[in-house]
Design a protein around this ligand. Structure first.
Ligand code: THU
Length: 129
């Protein structure tokens, strides 16, 4: 199964009754295993979580910490840009040159990198000295 297929499939399970905007994310980890996540909204709106966060949580729960590729899909008119928080979450586990493909359900794709999504990112080096 491709990352797109995995992301499209998990997107169907999104819990998005408030925004009606379903998102699916699939990330490949260093072992080659693919982890998926969908957005999970809550009636207390700020408690909702993004698809990327769900996929990352599944990866970490399975004992992995290195993202080698990511794919995010939504029913948006143009490829869905990850929110700021998700950019930081992706940067925690992926090197700057890791490819992140943003996509629409209709098949438009835009591939970028974690570094391009989050220039000037805050990382552990900023806490030294
Ligand atoms: N959302 C994601 O899950 N990932 C993104 O990259 C963009 C936004 C979700 C959060 C919320 O449930 C809905 O999309 C509308 O913002």
């Amino acid at each position: 199964m491709t990352l797109r297929e995995a992301a499209m499939q998990v997107r169907e399970n999104a819990h998005a009754p408030y925004s009606n905007f379903k998102v699916g994310a699939a990330i490949r980890a260093a072992s080659g295993t693919v982890y998926v996540g969908c957005n999970v909204e809550n009636v207390a709106y700020p408690e909702g979580t993004c698809a990327e966060a769900g996929a990352i949580a599944a990866m970490v729960a399975a004992g992995e910490t290195v993202i080698t590729e990511a794919y995010v899909v939504a029913g948006s008119p143009t490829p869905v840009p990850p929110c700021g928080g998700c950019r930081q979450k992706l940067a925690e586990f992926g090197a700057g040159d890791v490819a992140v493909t943003l996509a629409t359900t209709s098949g438009v794709e835009k591939t970028t990198t974690i570094a391009d999504l989050l220039p000037g990112r805050f990382d552990a080096g900023h806490m030294e000295g």
